[in-house]
Design a protein around this ligand. Sequence first.
Ligand SMILES: Cc1cn([C@H]2C[C@H](O)[C@@H](COP(=O)(O)OP(=O)(O)O[C@H]3O[C@@H](C)C(=O)[C@@H](O)[C@H]3O)O2)c(=O)[nH]c1=O
Length: 180
Amino acid sequence: MEFHRTELPDVVLIEPTIYRDDRGFFMETFHQQRFADGGIDASFVQDNLSRSTRGTVRGLHFQIEQAQGKLVHVMLGEIFDVAVDLRRSSPTFGRWVGMMLSDENRRAVYIPPGFAHGFCVTSERADVFYKCTDFYAPQHERTLLWNDPQIGIDWPLTGDPILSGKDRQGQPLSEVECYS
Ligand SMILES: Cc1cn([C@H]2C[C@H](O)[C@@H](COP(=O)(O)OP(=O)(O)O[C@H]3O[C@@H](C)C(=O)[C@@H](O)[C@H]3O)O2)c(=O)[nH]c1=O
């Protein structure tokens, strides 16, 4: 298992060790000690699974209180997974990073509290499984506008995305409440 810091250094790409044999493969998806050694000291309290079809964008979501760190895996399909730094005190405030995660590369990403998270589905469908460091708290949930030109995420989309009503009404960075 390898841990690679991204352009936003607190966002970490995890490259698993995959053991293949005649039966198929085996890999660890989370190992507290190895993650701690790799710089991720997180304890998870909630696991989520969502299924989405091609061209769906979910996000960009965060909780202003009970901020969640997220460890994101793709069980089926392929996504472009995005984190946006919303910590005003950070040198990378307002910047984004995106990574392809799939059932082929089996990569995962750890996004710590303080970031908005979202993804776009680039396969027929995608099952996304993620662990969270705090509980879902809808009263604290905020939605950053997925296509805010000030952030300028280069989504791998060919047309208009499939969005929830909530995500269509996301707030731009200039208006959304951020972390200090
Ligand atoms: C996120 C969540 C939603 N729900 C419910 C609320 C709602 O009725 C239904 C669908 O919720 P949403 O539309 O918010 O689901 P979704 O758009 O998939 O929200 C998720 O998006 C990704 C990008 C994230 O990073 C997650 O933290 C989460 O915000 O599921 C829960 O019960 N628990 C949860 O933890």
